[in-house]
Write a protein that binds this ligand. Structure first.
Ligand code: PMV
Length: 326
């Protein structure tokens, strides 16, 4: 029996969520909160998946079953990770089983890319168990299969940033460009505690696009342009400008119908207590906001978020993407 542990980072989208689904650029940053996946090979043809945080254990056959014989377990929160185990086993022509244990410091269903970080770390850990040498591109691509189960039509931004880490400009049909910068990106994340489904929020935007095609296209393109300006602001280390762009992005994406009264309240509270800018991050509809802060404002912004009854997390850029831990 062989075993391995891998980890991968969470992310915040600084600008461009939703627009990225429509091939506009988005700016995304890996943060110093990680998911850890321990994997080992076992006898028999089953995959056992355990989530420590959710106190849940499920077991599936490694060979796909027919849809009619799907068990209740196959619709659990952990079932989206099953295609990863199946694909790795298939590629390595492996007929044994796996035991997988997930430990994540990333709040789930909050817009911080928790499911992608788990998928990426799991892919790397399982591949390592079978002595497969996967390139990063391959890790990201396999992890995307589980994102498809969770989101339907993901843009690929979450698995990409969890795999590579750092600060990246991403465009769906063109790929990504790492941004090397000495700018200090200090952020505070404000968690509403409201879980929401990314797929539902993406569908909401699609509905707006269907009903208000021209206006929606302009809004999406405007968000894409804002990302280009945000990249310039980072290159020139103009943090105030970056903050203003973040806030502008919040109101633009809000117009597409994916904010929430509590997200708006957190944005106002953050800006009112000294943040350079703030916006919802991820799919919206709940989840969290990201506020751009500096040393002077960080504590005040955290307090302001807590005074609204939400949880505040301070986070930094993580340059490390997926990593084998042992
Ligand atoms: O999974 P989330 O909440 O971080 O949202 C991902 C960003 C979206 O643009 C809303 C969807 C996507 O696939 O890019």
């Amino acid at each position: 029996m062989t075993s391995s542990t891998a980890s991968a980072p969470a992310k915040v989208i600084l600008t461009g969520e939703h627009a990225v689904v429509y091939n506009e650029p988005a700016l995304v940053m890996a943060i110093d909160k990680r998911a850890y996946v321990f994997a080992e090979t076992t006898r028999g043809g089953n995959v056992e998946l355990e989530s420590e945080g959710r106190n849940e254990v499920v077991r599936y056959p490694l060979e796909p079953t027919t849809p009619s014989s799907k068990t209740k377990q196959e619709t659990s929160n952990l079932s989206p990770y099953l295609p990863i185990a199946r694909q790795i086993a298939r590629s390595a022509e492996y007929s044994g089983g796996f035991k997988v244990r997930i430990r994540s410091a990333i709040p789930a269903a909050a817009g911080l890319g928790s499911s992608a970080a788990i998928a990426v770390a799991m892919t790397a850990a399982l591949a390592r168990c079978l002595d497969m040498k996967l390139k990063r591109e391959e890790v990201s691509k396999i992890a995307l299969e589980s994102e498809k189960v969770v989101h339907g039509q993901p843009s690929g931004i979450d698995n990409m940033i969890s795999t590579w880490g750092g600060l990246i400009v991403y465009r769906r049909n063109e790929g990504f460009l790492p941004l090397r910068t000495q700018a200090r990106l200090q952020i505070v994340v404000g968690l509403t505690g409201i879980e929401r489904s990314t797929g539902e929020q993406v569908a909401k935007v699609a509905e707006t696009v269907r009903h208000h095609g021209k206006v929606s296209q302009l809004l999406l393109h405007c968000i894409g342009h804002l990302t280009i300006e945000a990249v310039e602001a980072i290159r020139e280390r103009k943090m105030e400008t970056l903050g203003e762009l973040l806030s502008l992005n919040h109101w633009l994406v809000n117009a597409l119908g994916v904010s929430h009264p509590l997200l708006d309240r957190l944005v106002y509270a953050s800006i009112g207590s000294g943040a350079l800018g703030a916006k919802l991050t991820g799919a919206g509809g709940g989840g969290c906001i990201v506020a751009l802060v500096n040393d002077k404002s960080s504590q005040c912004v955290m307090k302001a978020i807590e005074s609204v009854g939400c949880t505040a997390l301070s986070a930094q850029l993580s340059r490390t993407g997926v990593r084998i831990e042992d």
